[in-house]
Design a protein around this ligand. Sequence first.
Ligand SMILES: Cc1ncc(COP(=O)(O)O)c(C=O)c1O
Length: 460
Amino acid sequence: MNTQINPNDLSAVVEADRAHLWHHLIQHKPFETTDPRIIVEGKGMRVWDQKGKEHLDAVSGAVWTVNVGYGRERIANAVRDQLLQMNYFANSAGSIPGARFAEMLIGKMPGMSRVYYTNSGSEANEKAFKMIRQIAHKRYGGRKNKILYRERDYHGSTIAAMSAGGQLERNAQYGPFAPGFVEVPHCLEYRAQWDVENYGERAADAIEEVILREGPDTVGGLCLEPVTAGGGVITPPEGYWQRVQEICDKYEILLHIDEVVCGVGRTGTWFGYQHYGVRPDFVTMAKGVASGYAAIACMVTTEKVFDMFKANPDDPLDYFRDISTFGGCTAGPAAAIENMKIIEEEDLLQNTLDMGARLMANLHALKDKHAVVGDVRGKGLFCGAELVADRATREPAHEKKVQAVVADCMAQGVIIGATNRSVPGFNNTLCFSPALIATADDIDQITDAVDAALTRVFAA
Ligand SMILES: Cc1ncc(COP(=O)(O)O)c(C=O)c1O
């Protein structure tokens, strides 16, 4: 086999990929007759594939990750310098970038005080689940161990994270799952489950109903996405979060906010929960922490929680006995420091708010023009357009048509996303999460492509 890569002819790479790579979340049969896509290069908002074709990336690396855009030399330099100085030591000891980034991060999160490093969003969430379970043992005789999660939310790919997964299609065939995880209803008003004025409060009250059914003394934690991402880009209705906070306070339930998607700027604030005035006990984050320049995830908690794990130093089981081998990699925090500085120096939170408003206005214009757009939702540069076959009945558009819109945009050189294998029958929301550096022209190019695609796919 030819192991030399010729930059002008990547056919050997394509063949190696076809022969040996197992891509995530994709059916591989078509690769027997078509080439897998190889992304060769990225700069700013744009990426180039093996054929040299340029794409405007409206989904930041397909899964909402590359918040500061591609090709950031200063991040690469910081990682390189750090690796040469000290690449790894387990987190039983500290590191210079680990301590510095923790301090910077906590500076953006009033009320929080401790950072635990790990490698993926799934793992970060499991750290919080483990802490909630251990607190149940330490304080409540093991009883207050149930963890509530919400229908349509997603918290990761491991079996425990999927046990807290509210997407039936994503979970199908992977059970049995871990016990002690209990679902609460989603809060998407467009798919209303109650006919009331104050929908947000009503949807939160449904959480209280589950707590009362299960027994408040058995429920230790509530895990929620600030804006549900892969389950349909669901922004919480007015009044929802305030009520959620009241319920958590009332029943002494630890509030865990999964910021794996929304964290570090995506919605125009450092964290999604900061739009809603809630006081989380745990915040987890991953994708945007270092924009994919290194694998890093964080589980952040309060001093109050931290104190619970050092109360009795004579008890050998008293502390958090978790291990994260690669939580000790220094490339992650070194990249995260530069990533955060870039967001500050380039005023990207403001740009996210401004460009998010433009993206939302453009999507509303598409809704006015195309009957197939039933609802548009979003916060900052995380937006969705739910497609329907019939506006009156809100019957979801068939996912083949939704995928045809994505494919049409791809052919135009614009990469967008769509909810995929999440909620049965509801893989019908187009997703947009361009890098926080997007310009007005980029936003218009994205929605112009969608406009043309909707015209072609739904006229056919
Ligand atoms: C809200 C949310 N939580 C957790 C995860 C899991 O993160 P990872 O894939 O890094 O394990 C994801 C991944 O898409 C996510 O969207």
